[in-house]
Design a binder for this molecule. Sequence first.
Ligand code: UDP
Length: 382
Amino acid sequence: MKHKIAIAGAGFAGAVLARELVETGDFQVTVFDERDHIAGNCFTKRDDETGILLHQYGPHIFNTSRKDVWDYVNRWSEFVPFVNRVKAVTREGVFSMPINLLTINQYFKKKMNPQEAEDFLKNLSKKNISEPQNFEEQALKFLGSALYKSFFYGYTKKQWGVEPQELPASILKRLPVRFNYDDNYYNQKYQGLPVEGYTPIVQKILKHDDIEVRLKQKFKPQEKDLYHHVFWSGPIDSYFEFKLGRLRYRTLKFEKFVAQGDFQGNPVINYCEAEVPYTRITEHKHFSPWETHEKTVCFKEYSDFAKPEDTPYYPLRLPEDLTLLKKYVELAEQENKVTFIGRLGTYRYLDMHVVIGESLDLAKVCLSKNISDWPSFSQSPL
Ligand code: UDP
């Protein structure tokens, strides 16, 4: 008899895991999702009016250094090489982002080589910070106050809704600072975009005789006992009906508009000034540069604290959230037959390639153990 498994959430975390399990022939999986579509926040869809492929929940550019993850996604779709080159609008003008030699030379009106630029920034950096304790200190130590104020202070305040001093340094460490002219937003070995978007990938992953997908249906934890095991990729606090309080998230709101031709000449332009209410504008046809469209569709992106009815995006993970998270982790560890997975299940700021990698790893762990010994988490949330 096949083991019956329920997976809450039809995003990458749940879909990859479902597939890895059923391919052994030992499992029958039901995937639940409260939304009316699969693929979670990676959902892509062609626009009815223009035919342009839209990243409905904001831009997702696939980048990874894990060969197994890259091979895995390429098994389901052709990927077109794509380098994300972001531009940033500041009070001083339009610059290349992440900070690189062109940004530094243009911003300071210099003609420095790599070593000169590095020495120049070292001179500007705040000397009395040895171990940066927060986002602001990290920026002041490695960039100095002028670049921090122009590129990071306003954007980060808008994005996170708190002073950068309150945020961990790890958020800024996501972004490289380069003393050469490489303006690739990412450092990873493999980078590309699926030719028809992410939805067909998740569709193919889920298309298997032993996987049933139930959309517009939230998995109810009370129904756990109908299954041998449950994987939960929804918010960890929602599994426990928020009984200890709510973990905080930032949500995004998109203001969509259609224009003729080319609106901004680039897929992503960040607006770093605090006075501009949105953080960035994304122009979606530039994510499919191999296609031709007369019209263009753009999203202005606004960030806000997520209310209960909003879609959660970025876990806030400030000290008070982590205190509450610890308590939920204790509850989760006492809950038998459930594994919490993915960005929401483990309340971590994860990119999709990390989620896919963790689901592949988790499947290996599970398949090497007795079902009663499956872990409580794909990775520790703390
Ligand atoms: N950031 C910024 N200005 C920019 C781009 C990024 O201040 O023009 C900050 C912001 O706080 C953001 C962090 O750097 O959360 C990491 O950037 P990343 O692009 O990784 O954020 P993502 O949009 O992927 O969450």
